[in-house]
Design a binder for this molecule. Structure first.
Ligand code: NDP
Ligand code: HSE
Length: 436
């Protein structure tokens, strides 16, 4: 059978990894796919670097439009990133009848509905395994392996850069800026690293998983997004004293009232496997009603780990390219005419446990005032830590862990606590998930 012809847009970190792995493992990949997969065209702004990587094995151009319109390309791989030119190119590739593989979570989380609809109408496939958790085949697991289940919740460490930063800061005592530079050097960080640090990248990925898990459209605009830039070393330390680790988690949960979709630093029990996922590693915990909890672990970023997922998509498409479009696996796991309109809940309506740290006067009655406010708001305390005031200090830290309650109850209680004359400054609130 003739090789399937692939056009690659962007031969940077992931593009170069894809080219190299495909070349290195081509014999085995062909045996799996049933025919050879050949990159015949590459578009990159830096054509000299592209020539150097490809070594004359394919045509190199600097105008990506030439690839998406070429009659000699069957599959387009988009590895440019962002939602500007990448969106135009993906839509143009679809309009020209090409199947598309992309690692671009930003694009799919924000414009996925339009892109999937265009692909559906044209009868082509959009594959995006690399868009969530890099090399971990989590899309395949959610869409196919767990298809019997009613998914109840997903919680994942799905941004390697922030996990790397949190791990290095804790273990080596390095400062934030130094570790971020290292993450950029290693190719983990996004072109704009604020996407990593402020939780946007993780929210893109959580949005995609949420859509696949519950059969709803992608709705990044409804996700709650909070990164690690405001996280304080004090809270990491106190959390450890209480038996918890702080991780940036992407969480999506199905509840009776709707779907929770949120990214924020989260306390998780130190004894959980996922709490021990360090460095740029990713892990996704999925709770299904039939299977129970399943955990997926691996490299969430980097050149060849991400290439592994890109090539898996290439093989899937190669196997299915001649299949009737109606009998392929739906892009978002559920048939397009069977999507649900379950609402994404506002943050005020989510239910979880909380870590509250307050700086209070070391005098009688303070604790009673705080606990009364919590009790009045129907918030029950699970654990408490009271620190000795430092030498010569009149104030000290109190840390409370609550049982599950609604976010709006906690917000109301915090306002009242902050109004007490014995409480200095703001109350620090972090969310806590037992993940049991
Ligand atoms: P890079 O920045 O390393 O690579 C992007 C490449 O695209 C560069 O070579 C760039 O050229 C080229 N490019 C930019 N604009 C154009 C254009 N108009 N036409 C042709 N080429 C262009 O990014 P990554 O490889 O890291 O990321 C690619 C995608 O994969 C992104 O969507 C990212 O989010 C995603 N991803 C990345 C992971 C990683 O570990 N890096 C992991 C999972 C997903 P130049 O350098 O000259 O600008
Ligand atoms: N910037 C992303 C991360 C790359 O750090 O996880 C993988 O999506």
């Amino acid at each position: 059978m003739k090789p399937i012809r692939v056009g690659l847009l962007g031969i940077g970190t992931v593009g170069a990894g894809t080219f190299n792995v495909l070349k290195r493992n081509q014999e085995e990949i062909t045996r799996r796919a049933g025919r050879a997969i050949q990159i015949t065209m590459v578009a990159d702004l830096n054509t000299a670097r592209a020539q150097e990587i490809t070594g004359g094995a394919c045509q190199v151009v600097n105008d990506a439009n030439l690839v998406v319109t070429s009659p000699d390309v069957d599959i387009v791989i988009e590895l440019i990133g962002g939602y500007g030119i990448a969106k135009d190119l993906v839509l143009k590739a679809i309009a020209n009848g090409k199947h598309v593989v992309t690692a671009n979570k930003a694009l799919l989380a924000t414009h996925g509905n339009e892109i999937f609809k265009a692909a559906q109408d044209k009868g082509v496939m959009i594959a995006f395994e690399a868009a969530v958790a890099g090399g971990i085949p989590i899309i395949k697991a959610l869409r196919e392996g767990l298809t019997a289940n009613r998914i109840q919740w997903i919680a994942g460490i799905i941004n390697g850069t922030t996990n790397f930063i949190l791990s290095e800061m804790r273990d080596k005592g390095l400062d934030f800026a130094t570790v971020l530079k290292e993450a950029q050097r290693l190719g983990y960080a996004e072109a704009d690293p604020t996407f990593d640090i402020e939780g946007v990248d993780a929210a893109h990925k959580a949005t995609i998983m949420s859509a696949i898990a519950y059969g709803v459209p992608v709705q990044f605009d409804k996700a709650h997004v909070e990164g690690i830039s405001k996280l304080q070393a004090t809270d990491i330390r106190y959390a450890e004293e209480l038996g918890y680790r702080i991780k940036l988690l992407g969480i999506t949960k199905r509840t009776d009232a709707g779907i929770e979709l949120r990214v924020h630093p989260t306390l998780i029990p130190a004894k959980r496997l996922i709490a021990n996922v360090e460095g740029a590693m990713n892990a996704v915990l999925v709770q299904g009603d039939a299977v129970g909890a399943t955990l997926y672990y691996g490299k969430g970023a980097g050149s060849e780990p991400t290439a592994s997922a890109v090539i898996a998509d290439l093989v899937d498409i190669t196997r299915l390219a001649t299949a009737d479009p109606e009998h392929r696996v739906p892009h978002l796991a559920f048939q397009p005419n069977a999507m649900a309109d379950t609402p994404i809940l506002p943050m005020s309506e989510i239910t979880t446990s909380y870590y509250l740290r307050m700086h209070v006067a070391d005098q009688p009655g303070v604790l009673a005032d705080v606990t009364r406010i919590l009790a009045d708001s129907m918030i029950s305390i699970d654990a408490m830590l009271q620190k000795e005031p430092a030498e010569g200090e009149t104030h000290t830290d109190i840390i409370m862990l609550t049982h599950k309650t609604k976010e709006k109850n906690v917000e109301a209680a915090i306002k009242k606590i902050e109004a007490l004359s014995t409480v200095m400054g703001q109350v620090t609130k972090l969310r806590l998930e037992e993940l049991s």
